[in-house]
Design a protein around this ligand. Structure first.
Ligand code: SAM
Length: 209
């Protein structure tokens, strides 16, 4: 009996792994087919399907934008009258009607207000640090990036504007959680289908107070 149970479990694990691999390949292939810059593009589409916050004419600031997948989807969703500014410390191949700036987020200053002339409707952050393999160091780097994204929302996001940020499971605790709660309301979390199951990333959605 125990043997049968073990075999069933092994079969289930195998088919879960198959499904997982298949989904990962699926989003990769679909991104290529649709001419999208990244498979991450699907994550943003799925986040928007859930919270429905994009609207025509919106202004979008995209932090950690390379290679440009989220900016590309944003531009499609905000339409001709919408404006998208993508920021990354590495360079991004140009895309029509999207402005990209190569700059570290910590050095960001007047560029955003100069481009939009006002605070933005939507602030996105899919930023991820280069990992060192040292768990604690990596965890601290991630927390720092999330804190920086929230500080950016305080500077650049309109009141009642929408905030989406990559965080990591177990990341929203202590001081970080307090910071989030002082800046944001209606905080929700989502793990989009296109996000690899083995990755600890989750996304936070919130509205600026
Ligand atoms: C997962 S990628 C973003 C993918 C993007 N959303 C897309 O769909 O194409 C994360 C990006 O964050 C950027 N990043 C990390 N730390 C940064 C920082 N301090 N300033 C600017 N960009 C940063 C990295 O260079 C990297 O390109």
């Amino acid at each position: 009996m125990a043997n049968i149970k073990l075999k069933r479990k092994q079969k289930k694990d195998k088919s879960n792994k198959w499904l997982e691999r298949h989904l990962n390949d699926y989003f990769f292939i679909q991104a290529k087919k649709k001419g999208l810059r990244s498979r991450s593009s699907f994550k943003l589409m799925q986040i928007n399907q859930k919270f429905n916050f994009f609207f025509k004419g919106a202004s979008v600031l995209d932090l950690g934008a390379a290679p440009g997948g989220w900016s590309q989807i944003s531009k499609k969703l905000v339409g001709r009258k919408g404006k998208v500014l993508g920021i990354d410390k590495i360079s991004i191949e140009p895309i029509n009607d999207i402005k990209f700036l190569k700059i570290d987020i910590n050095d960001l200053d007047s560029q955003v207000t100069e481009f939009f002339n006002q605070k933005v409707d939507i602030l996105l952050s899919d930023m991820a640090p280069n990992t060192s393999g040292h768990k604690l160091t990596d965890h601290l780097k991630i927390i720092e990036l999330v804190e920086t994204a929230i500080n950016c929302s305080n500077k650049f996001l309109k009141s009642d504007g929408f905030f989406v940020c990559k965080i990591f499971q177990g990341g929203a605790q202590g001081k970080l959680l307090e910071l989030m709660k002082t800046s944001l309301k209606k905080i929700k979390y989502i793990k989009p289908l296109a996000s690899r199951k083995e990755s600890s990333e989750v996304y936070l959605f919130g509205i600026k107070k």
